[in-house]
Design a protein around this ligand. Structure first.
Ligand code: NAD
Length: 321
């Protein structure tokens, strides 16, 4: 179709990337997904080829990135993202944040495309101010085990700004806060899928520490809307996108157990090293500059998420697409 815009999504076969590809197609884009399937899988996006001009290519963006033809938008989402994954793949996580970001910025520069980096609230580390505005520089331990993820993303942000300042690339940085929804892996170690899997199996819900540490969780549809608004704006960011409604981890566990109607007990287990104590986005910038705020309450977003995890652990492919 003449005039159709073209987007390249790295990490497009992952949890967030797959939702992003679907939404871009729905918005009329042609979409090219580049993924090496280290934590994502082709099955997350296989259905998209039926819904529009979608192509998936197996590629490791740390090797090189080459795309023929015009590109309007490059969304760099490739990176292990859950602690289980980046602690298992520490060097790859640093490489994809550094070399992978270099290559995808090069693609945006070559094509004159807008570039959007998926950064993270983890750039704030274990924050000393609360909630976290974009102006906060963070409190990160570079030599702790989580440093591989946090510092890779901080490096990626600095590199993005260097390309903007040096080469005039039209860049944007989104700092994504914890997001949940269908297509999360039941065993990815993040709190919500773990609690859902445990509650469905009638096993104890393993809450780290005393469970009083907080998390703010955003439903994936809300996140994707915020990202698309940032992509469509001229803002460089960083812009926080997340749901400011803050829960203790214990409250999250109890809410999931109650929604499922499970009789699981709560079991307290040791907290991981450098686990952040609090986490809440200040979304003033997204509200005022993008007119964005999340609209899906936890109780509502949990329903399709639970259905997805139920299907995934049941070995069926009947999860919602
Ligand atoms: P995910 O693990 O489901 O997806 C990441 C995808 O990147 C996977 O499909 C994986 O195979 C791919 N990938 C990894 N290395 C690659 C490489 N070298 N070349 C090509 N593909 C590669 O994780 P997600 O939760 O969807 O996260 C996506 C992005 O969003 C990540 O950059 C992550 O840091 C960021 N993010 C996610 C969250 C969240 O709550 N899910 C929060 C903050 C930031």
């Amino acid at each position: 179709m003449a005039g159709r815009k073209r987007a390249v999504v790295t990490g497009g076969a992952g949890f967030l990337g797959s939702h992003l590809c679907a939404r871009l197609l729905a918005d009329g884009y042609e979409v090219l997904c580049l993924d090496n399937f280290v934590t994502g899988e082709p099955g997350n996006v296989a259905h998209l080829a039926e819904t529009g001009p979608f192509r998936m290519v197996r590629a490791d963006v740390t090797d090189y990135v080459h795309v023929a033809g015009d590109v309007d938008l490059v969304l760099h989402f490739a990176s292990p993202a859950s602690p289980v994954d980046y602690l298992r793949l520490p060097i790859h996580t640093m490489k994809v944040g550094a070399v992978g970001t270099l290559h995808t910025l090069g693609l945006a520069r070559e094509k004159g495309a807008r570039f959007l980096l998926a950064s993270t609230s983890e750039t704030y580390g274990d924050p000393q101010i609360h909630p976290q505005p974009e102006s906060y520089w963070g409190h990160v331990n570079p030599v702790g085990p989580r440093g591989v993820y946090d510092e890779a993303k901080r490096f990626a942000e600095a590199l993005t700004m260097a390309y903007r300042r040096t080469h005039g690339v039209d860049t944007a940085i989104v700092r994504i806060f914890n997001t949940y929804g269908p297509r999360m892996r039941p065993d990815d170690g993040r709190a919500i899928p773990t609690f859902i899997r445990q509650a469905l199996a009638g096993e104890p819900l393993t809450v780290a520490g005393d469970g009083k540490q907080t998390r703010s969780v955003c439903y994936v549809d809300d996140l994707v809307e915020g990202i698309l608004r940032l992509a469509g704006s001229a803002l460089p960011g960083p812009v926080n996108i997340g749901n400011p409604h803050e829960y203790t981890v214990l409250e999250l566990a109890e809410c999931i157990r109650d929604t499922i109607g499970s009789a699981s007990a709560i079991e307290f287990v040791p907290r991981p090293e450098d686990d952040p104590t609090v986490r809440q986005p200040d979304i003033t910038l997204a509200r005022t500059q993008l007119g964005w705020e999340p609209v899906v309450p936890l109780e509502e977003g949990l329903v399709p998420t639970i259905a997805w995890i139920r299907a995934a652990v049941g070995g069926t492919s009947e999860g919602p697409q």
